[in-house]
Design a protein around this ligand. Structure first.
Ligand SMILES: *Cc1c(COP(=O)(O)O)cnc(C)c1O
Length: 380
């Protein structure tokens, strides 16, 4: 018998999620409506502060789609998006028939590079195209460089959508991720720092936006005694059952953040003294990452190993690891999209690895991981 699998980022339930589901069953709130949804939204709004309105939806992707609709993105428009991210960050641009304009990362935060962003904006403006929005991502929990990026966005009058799917609990200048842009989104997919099994939230700064988003998310039924529609709607609302899980998960969010950060420290100790290993790290005191995933880059010329050897050594003991996001401008499906950058994200993709970062990692699992990494070093 082999060892049981250690996953990259498995769900981690607290004590009250199941109780909330049982109460929802008892009251027959088995629908995308019910008291847990409102309560979960209030939990999120309280946590984020900053006069945020949260709309609980059935995925982070749905939240991004609605964010673009709220900003009036239409067919033929252009939307700037960080290239170094999961495809879900950009796919909603395509749902609307708009064009993504991809931008490189900066080497510090690994998120959207302010210089390349400004290059992209100037270049598109020179072609007569004013970008309708900027999607900045908080990758692996690391906040984007909000001071620089927001200043550029403001200068050109372009709203920022913060894709904070991976960064609930992270902060920048003491302000919570998800609230750094004009609109934010969260994901509660099974692999995220807290999960509702599947789910997401749209974060907006006025009540009208939230009401409009919920209208669109519930099939855009107008206020008539019969079904009457003036907009195309979507079926994007969160289920009450999922919201019950979310309420339980909000109770353990703080301990999950502490655990993920502690896992990050564990890896820094394992790799201590090994040259050529670089961690994704908080660039300065403004940044506080939830370290949703611990991510490293390996300089194969000096480390005595490379990411493929490390991945193999981990897989040999049934331990999951994952390459960093393949930049979207290098994806076949996005090969026509313009790109502005200096090959920073390409370099990260070629040299980077995410290692198991679950908040429930046991001492036994840590010992196995440490042992596998030891075997993976010096194998180049
Ligand atoms: C998970 C994720 C999404 C999508 O969220 P879903 O809830 O899975 O639809 C979007 N962007 C990033 C960066 C993500 O990690």
């Amino acid at each position: 018998m082999g060892n049981s699998k250690i996953y990259l980022s498995p769900p981690h339930m607290g004590n009250n999620e199941l109780r909330n589901i049982q109460q929802a069953f008892a009251a027959n709130w088995i629908a995308p409506a019910g008291p847990d949804i409102t309560a979960f939204e209030q939990n999120i709004e309280q946590y984020l502060g900053n006069s945020i309105y949260a709309a609980a939806l059935n995925s982070g992707s749905a939240a991004l789609h609605l964010a673009l609709i709220l900003l009036n993105v239409r067919r033929g428009d252009e939307v700037i998006c960080q290239s170094f991210t999961f495809a879900a960050s950009a796919n909603p641009i395509m749902y609307l028939g708009a064009t993504p304009i991809f931008v490189d990362s900066e080497p510090y935060s690994w998120n959207i590079c302010p210089n390349s962003l400004e290059d992209a904006i100037k270049s598109r403006l020179a072609m007569g195209k004013a970008p309708k929005a900027i999607i900045a991502v908080d990758l692996y929990g690391m906040p984007y460089n909000a001071n620089a990026v927001n200043a550029i966005a403001l200068r050109y009058g372009i709203p920022v959508i913060e894709d904070s799917a991976e960064a609930l609990g992270s902060t920048y200048n003491g302000q919570r991720c998800g609230t750094l842009g004009d609109i934010g989104i969260l994901s509660f997919n099974g692999n995220k720092i807290i999960t509702t099994s599947a789910g997401g939230a749209l974060l907006v700064k006025n009540r009208q936006y939230k009401e409009r988003a919920l209208h669109l998310a519930t099939q855009a039924k107008d206020n008539y005694p019969y079904y009457h529609h003036t907009d195309i709607g979507y079926n994007y609302r969160m289920s009450n059952i999922c919201a019950g899980i979310g309420r339980g998960q909000m109770e353990v969010l703080e301990s999950h953040i502490n655990a993920r950060r502690e896992v990050n420290t564990f890896y820094r100790e394992i790799f201590d003294g090994i040259n050529g290993i670089t961690f994704q790290s908080e660039p300065d005191k403004k940044y506080f990452s939830n370290y949703w995933l611990t991510a490293i880059t390996v300089d194969a010329a000096v480390a005595g190993t490379d990411i493929h050897e490390l991945m193999k050594a981990l897989a040999d003991d049934n331990i999951e690891s994952r390459y960093l996001w393949k930049p979207l401008h290098t994806q076949p499906v996005y090969k026509e999209a313009p790109y502005y950058g200096n090959a920073v994200c390409e370099g990260l993709f070629e040299s980077g690895l995410c290692v198991p970062s679950g908040s429930g990692l046991t001492d036994d699992e840590r010992a196995r991981i440490a042992e596998a990494i030891k075997k993976g070093i010096g194998k180049n």
